[in-house]
Ligand binder design. Structure first.
Ligand SMILES: [Zn+2]
Ligand SMILES: [Zn+2]
Ligand SMILES: [Zn+2]
Length: 391
């Protein structure tokens, strides 16, 4: 993800920040313009009769730029209720929006019991990861709340905890509802599960990206015979018995997954292959946006000589802004360049991690069949993006 600048003092600030450390303004993220804004409370009452109280209305407006005094967007906002109640969100809500919660938090239907020790932190950590997901989907034109349509509904979320004596909470997706077991927000517990399941990578953001992949599968393919036909050509027949396929995977996982899948779990069923590959697509897009934001450029060694890489912003590249000379090329042509850059960035990233004694940040090698699947996803995203009003 890109970094932001405080709209008042231009200091470097980050997506999840609540306050600008330089000018001390509260920061609010506007999910419509996808910008992080310095906010100032709207004062209420009259200054003349001394009844003016700052911020009592709960309304905020954008603080003007320190040098130009210009404030944009105009109008008043409220902070999301999860900001006011728990300091667990920094998204803004337009004054005329009847909802108390922001466009991301209102997608959450059930949260864990916050009276239980540790649950507030676990839940807040998940909501943070979910807002990152919201941002990426919005940039791709896949968030109805931002794109204003395109026929896509919005997923709903439940963040649940295991209750002793009851059936354990399964992280998963069912008909538009994404359930996450909040134990996944505990670093120690998530690491234990990752080791137990022999997974090289397990993160909250990864879970959300995977599960929302199932949600978009329903959106893209369920009622489109041609699309489902194309899906089966690449990922296989998803009418295969799901429960049986999963059971078989857990009993005897395929040893040859590296040749054509992003993960061992992706071999279990075409739906899981799609969701795993979809998650990697979002990983790579986000990774590249971050690298491009820092104007990252590097040189890789190869038998054919040095290869210079200058990272492109993937969203600009998709819009044809970064590579105008490729305007007539098929959509997947742009993807190959993006994927090559993404793999280059992950190589640098993994090398830096090893220098610090850390494990690889992106422990995957993408083979040709996987690149083919990513290309299929990219073309669908491009199509859906052009159908909605992407930012
Ligand atoms: Zn500032
Ligand atoms: Zn919120
Ligand atoms: Zn899945």
């Amino acid at each position: 993800m890109k970094t932001f600048q405080c709209s008042h003092c231009q200091s470097l600030v980050f997506f999840n920040d609540l306050i600008c450390l330089n000018c001390q303004h509260s920061l609010g993220f506007d999910p419509c313009s996808l910008t992080l804004l310095a906010m100032t409370p709207v004062s209420q009452g009259s200054a003349e009769d001394n009844t003016q109280t700052i911020g009592s209305s709960g309304l905020w407006q954008v603080a003007g730029d320190a040098s130009t005094e210009q404030a944009s967007p105009a109008g008043a906002f409220r902070f999301c209720r999860n900001h006011t109640d728990h300091r667990a969100c920094n998204f803004l809500v337009a004054e005329d929006d009847p909802e108390g919660y922001c466009v991301s938090c209102r997608q959450t239907r059930v949260i864990p019991n916050l009276d239980m020790p540790g649950n507030l932190q676990r839940w807040a950590t998940i909501e943070h990861a979910k807002r990152r997901l919201f941002y990426t989907l919005a940039k791709l034109g896949l968030e109805e709340a931002v794109s204003g349509g395109g026929g896509l509904r919005t997923p709903a979320y439940e963040f649940l905890e295991d209750i002793p004596g009851e059936i354990p909470v399964m992280t998963g997706h069912d008909d538009g509802l994404i359930t996450i077991n909040i134990a996944e927000a505990d670093d120690a517990e998530r690491t234990r599960r990752r080791v137990d399941l022999h997974e090289p990578y397990r993160t909250l953001l990864g879970h959300l990206r995977h599960e929302v992949g199932h949600y978009f599968w329903d959106q893209f393919f369920l009622n489109d015979p041609q699309a489902i036909h194309d899906f089966r050509e690449i990922f296989g027949d998803e009418t295969l018995d799901y429960g049986q396929a999963l059971q078989q995977h857990y009993q005897q996982p395929r040893g040859d997954w590296q040749s054509a899948y992003v993960s061992s779990y992706a071999t279990s069923h075409p739906w899981e292959d799609w969701a795993e590959t979809w998650a990697h697509y979002l990983h790579l897009i986000d990774l590249l946006e971050t690298a491009a934001n820092y104007q990252m450029a590097f040189t890789l060694k190869s038998p054919y000589g040095p290869i210079s890489v200058r990272c492109l912003d993937p969203y600009a590249a998709m819009a044809g802004l970064a590579t105008p000379q490729d305007a007539d090329a098929p959509p997947s042509a742009g993807l190959i360049e993006l994927l090559n850059q993404g793999m280059g960035v992950s190589l640098v990233l993994n090398s830096l991690n090893r220098s610090l004694g850390q494990e690889d940040a992106y422990p995957f090698a993408l083979t040709t069949p996987v690149l083919h699947k990513l290309g299929f996803i990219h073309e669908i995203v491009q199509r859906k993006r052009s159908e909605s009003c992407a930012i």
